[in-house]
Design a binder for this molecule. Structure first.
Ligand code: MSP
Length: 527
């Protein structure tokens, strides 16, 4: 039995419109969720919106509307990106959580009570710096001076906060956390980021203020009616708990919880790694709950060499990006191919056009198109005859050697979230197949050896079948179309079908071929 797989995106603040950063994490998680399903694993994929806190409350106030009606509106724009909305990113998430839902309030309050019962929470006075934009506390020593003003290391404005607060005994978890970072299977990927987290924790941990009293847009701290002021939970303890809510917590006897909670992977941007790799495991340790399997941190996109920001007016919306890429499949491909997942990278339109045209249109698209139209024209539209048990040497070089190499490289890359390498492996296989066409020249064989021409076309079509199966997590629509064009049944599309026994059946009638990877040009329209 393969292990189940639970994968989560960060939940997105609803103070802002969706942009490339949100689309990137969501698409990366979706590709991994689809990959795991194709491996035959049971998958839960969760995304959603982070709706409480001072930042959202202030945005609502600026708009002159109540926080609830504000979050109801903005949350829709995020839901429309994914399954359960218009699904413009073509994701396969099976849940969408909003932190204003009742199920989440129950989960947060139960977790809080558990922390309290275990002696991990105490009340004291807080005095310190807070950045509303980051929803984060900063130590005096972390601040930097800019134009005579103290700001957060992230560039966010800070304000001095003094209030009665509940604290979480974070300092008590330093040793356990360091042990977690030293275990054999890395808790954080990539390991360069694990080292960052380790040195932060090794530098000493202060207890964390986990409640606020100066505004009320949040989940009430249970029992806080007795306090002189009502406390609401700090937005990060509320937000992180969404992962438990999605797994059915507090119902720890539910199938959902029992199946998935022990097999959780969180995917996050590098800016929010500290919350996920330090605070979150400490909360879970204190509540005696199992930890996630790992936290995977990705880098940030700049836009044409500049930091993306509202003031520069260069915030890229997913809708524009899809249009410029010539469709969602190509955008998904580009985002995961153009930069190694843990690194930062630049979104340049020129590079996007280059990559999409080189890999999808010229390499894979051309291979499929040439193969399928030659079969249509010269083989009565039927899968040609071939003996898969006895491939000729030059055929085995692609069907066995190149394919096995590509599959192994692909699977190894996916195991460490190296999407760009997984895609490189597919492109390499496409290159071998294109070189095989040029060497074998099926159009010339048509005149000299028609049976061999059929064999060559079979080898090519079978290679296209395998490429289409491997590429499904990245380009689901195009691959579905290719597999339809090869008359591959819906139940023959998982990785288990990547063997010779599942190869194309000679004589099967194929539908008329259609291009699936159009060339694009700068500006977005298909060329
Ligand atoms: N609400 C918190 C997350 C809570 S998770 C328990 C939050 N929300 S966010 O909307 O501000 O950011 C969500 C994600 O978008 C983060 O992972 C962040 O790294 C990512 N990105 C924001 N801008 C980005 C780029 N320019 N490039 C890549 N990802 C970026 O933080």
């Amino acid at each position: 039995m393969q292990k189940p797989f639970y994968i989560t995106t960060p939940i997105y603040y609803v103070n802002d419109k969706p942009h490339i950063g949100h689309a990137y994490t969501t698409i990366a998680c979706d590709a991994m969720a689809r990959f795991a399903r194709l491996q035959g694993r049971q998958v839960k994929f969760l995304t959603g919106t982070d709706e409480h806190g001072q930042k959202v409350a202030k945005s609502a106030e600026n708009m002159g509307v109540s926080p609830q009606s504000f979050v109801d509106e903005v949350s829709k724009t995020f839901r429309n990106l994914v399954a359960s909305g218009d699904n413009i990113l073509n994701t396969s998430n099976d849940d969408f959580i909003r932190t204003t839902e009742e199920r989440h309030k129950i989960a947060c309050q139960t977790l809080w009570q558990k922390l309290e019962a275990n002696g991990a929470i105490y009340k004291a006075n807080y005095g310190g710096w807070y950045a509303v934009r980051d929803e984060a506390y900063y130590a005096e020593s972390e601040l930097i001076l800019k134009d005579g003003k103290k700001i957060a290391p992230t560039g966010a404005d800070v304000e001095w906060v003094e209030e009665e607060s509940y604290f979480f005994k974070l300092s008590a978890y330093q040793d356990q956390l360091l042990k977690l970072y030293d275990r054999e299977e890395p808790f954080v990927l990539p390991t360069s980021r694990l080292n960052e987290v380790r040195s932060f924790v090794a530098g000493g941990l202060k207890d964390l203020s986990i409640s606020r009293t100066t505004f009320d847009w949040g989940i009430p701290v249970p029992g806080s009616e007795k306090d002189s002021k009502n406390h609401i939970m700090y937005v990060w303890i509320d937000a992180l708990t969404n992962y438990l809510t999605g797994a059915g917590y507090p119902d720890t006897e539910s199938d959902l919880y029992k199946t998935f909670w022990n097999h959780c992977t969180h995917v996050v941007g590098k800016d929010i790694l500290r919350f996920h790799a330090v605070y979150w495991p400490a909360f879970l340790m204190a509540a005696e709950l199992p930890l996630p399997e790992r936290v995977v941190a990705h880098g940030w996109w700049t836009i044409e060499g500049e930091k993306m920001s509202k003031s520069l007016g260069n915030v890229l919306s997913p809708y524009d990006m899809i249009e410029q890429a010539g469709g969602i499949d190509s955008l998904r491909y580009f985002l995961l191919r153009a930069m190694p997942f843990g690194n930062d990278g630049d979104f340049s339109r020129e590079r996007m056009v280059e990559i999409i045209n080189a890999d999808l249109a010229n390499n894979l698209g051309n291979l499929a198109q040439r193969t399928l139209s030659m079969i249509q024209k010269n083989g009565e539209g039927k899968v040609p005859a071939y003996d898969m048990q006895q491939p000729k040497t030059e055929d085995a070089a692609i069907l066995v050697e190149a394919f096995t190499k590509a599959k192994e490289a692909y699977q190894q890359a996916m195991a460490s979230f190296a999407y760009h390498q997984a895609l490189q492996a597919i492109v390499d296989l496409g290159n071998v197949a294109n070189a095989y066409i040029d060497t074998m020249q099926p159009w010339a064989l048509k005149k000299t050896d028609i049976a061999r021409m059929g064999e060559v076309l079979y080898v090519l079509a079978e290679t296209v079948r395998r490429i289409a199966i491997l590429l499904q997590p990245f380009c689901p629509n195009a691959c579905a179309s290719l597999l339809n064009q090869l008359a591959v049944g819906e139940d023959e599309r998982s990785f288990a079908a990547l063997t010779a026994e599942h190869a194309l059946k000679s004589g099967t009638l194929l539908p008329a071929p259609q291009g699936v990877f159009p060339r694009i040009q700068l500006g977005g329209e298909a060329a």
